[in-house]
Every structure is written in structure tokens, then in C-alpha cells.
Design a protein. Structure first.
Length: 220
């Protein structure tokens, strides 16, 4: 029976979380909002609308959301040609592909941003499909992105492992019924990932690659 390896991208495979923090901070600053960077960091991994709602509250001027999101996109887009893949991220995807796993990306990124992330990974030959923000109505922590990734892979939840770096990833994967692994390279503490549903936690893709045989990937 087929198996699916589902991966978040930002902060999990590509070292972008702090770029998102800085560019969201600047987008908020330009609009006259003082939002602390630590709060933004805790919100990275949510879709733009949910991130803004979490940081500015439900009583904000929602007409401003699109402008804030566009400002962040423009600021972050300056880095598209030099986004850094995390150590051994591409090797990890290629290794799993060779071992018969269907590798699927589940990300809130879309369009040119998603293309830039895939270029950074340089592992397109190993990626079966991508579930992007354009494909779902609700982003993480709702289970829909992970569920859609499983549909693309044609694999049931019990035959899948999901890897992410945020509590939103862990909650989405848990709600979708898959086994969840956390990585610390996105900057979220181990205890937070475990509390949100991570079965095991690794430093980064290189650590996971070196530990595959003893990880949940070795027992699915």
C-alpha cells in the first residue's frame, strides 16, 4: 500500500520564518500598527487573514487586511531569488521518494512564493503534488490542507506522516488523523510542538534524515 510523506515548507524545509516575521513587522509598521516580533513569530504558519486577525483582533478595520497582506507579499518577494533551503531538505525529500513514499507539500504559500520555495528546495523530481493555499477554503490549524494533501497522494491518514515546525502544523495534522513530527528549525519550542500533537521532534531536516529508520517513518 502507498505511503504519504506530507511536509509543511516555510520553517520546515526552507529557512524563511524570520524573513516572514521581519516583513510582516514592516507591513504592520507602515500601516501604523506596533506589533511585537515575538507575537508575529508565534503566528507564522497561519494564512494571511488568520495571522492578521490573531495579531490585530476581530475588532480591527478588516478593510485593511488586503492592504496589509499585499504589503507583506511585496516585502517578502524581495527575497524570492535567495530563499535558503534548510540543511539536507532536498536530500530528505529525494530519499523518501526513492523509498517509495509519495511526497506532498502542504503549505499556505501559493503562486510566485510557492515557486520560489520549490526552487530553493531543488527537489521537484521527488515531489508528487502540492496542496497550496489556493486549493483549500481553510488553512492550518484546520485539517483541510493536510486532508487535501492526502487526497492528492491517494493515501489514507493511517498511512501518512506529516512534518511541520509550528503548533498550527501539529494541530492540523492531528485533526486530519495523521502521525505528526515536529522540527525545531522554525524556532518554536519542543514542548509547544509536543503539546500540539508532535509524536517526535527533530532539530531540522538533516537530523530527521539521519534518524529516519528510528522515526515514525520507519514504522508506517
Amino acid at each position: 500500500m502507498e505511503r504519504a510523506a506530507v511536509f509543511d515548507v516555510d520553517g520546515t524545509l526552507v529557512d524563511t520564518n524570520h524573513l516572514h516575521v521581519a516583513t510582516w513587522w514592516e507591513a504592520f509598521r507602515q500601516a501604523g500598527h506596533q506589533v511585537p516580533m515575538h507575537a508575529i513569530h508565534r503566528s507564522v504558519g497561519l494564512g494571511s487573514e488568520d495571522l492578521i486577525a490573531r495579531l490585530l483582533g476581530e475588532r480591527r478595520d478588516k478593510d485593511e487586511d488586503a492592504e496589509l497582506s499585499a504589503a507583506h507579499t511585496a516585502l517578502y518577494g524581495q527575497y524570492f531569488d535567495r530563499l535558503p533551503a534548510l540543511r539536507d531538505a532536498g536530500r530528505l525529500l529525494r530519499h523518501l521518494d526513492r523509498d517509495g513514499w509519495r511526497v506532498v507539500l502542504a503549505t499556505s504559500a501559493s503562486g510566485p512564493e510557492l515557486s520560489a520555495l520549490r526552487r530553493a528546495l531543488s527537489a521537484d523530481e521527488a515531489i508528487t503534488a502540492t496542496a497550496s493555499a489556493d486549493d483549500v477554503e481553510q488553512g492550518k490549524p484546520a485539517p483541510e490542507p493536510v486532508e487535501h494533501a492526502l487526497e492528492l497522494a491517494g493515501v489514507p491518514a493511517e498511512r501518512a506522516v506529516f512534518v511541520g515546525d509550528t503548533v498550527w502544523d501539529m494541530r492540523a495534522g492531528t485533526r486530519a488523523g495523521v502521525r505528526c513530527l515536529g522540527v525545531l528549525c522554525g524556532g518554536i519550542p519542543r514542548a509547544d510542538l509536543e503539546e500540539a500533537g508532535a509524536e517526535a521532534v527533530y532539530d531540522d531536516p538533516a537530523h530527521l534524515l539521519a534518524s529516519l529508520a528510528d522515526s515514525p517513518f520507519g514504522s508506517v
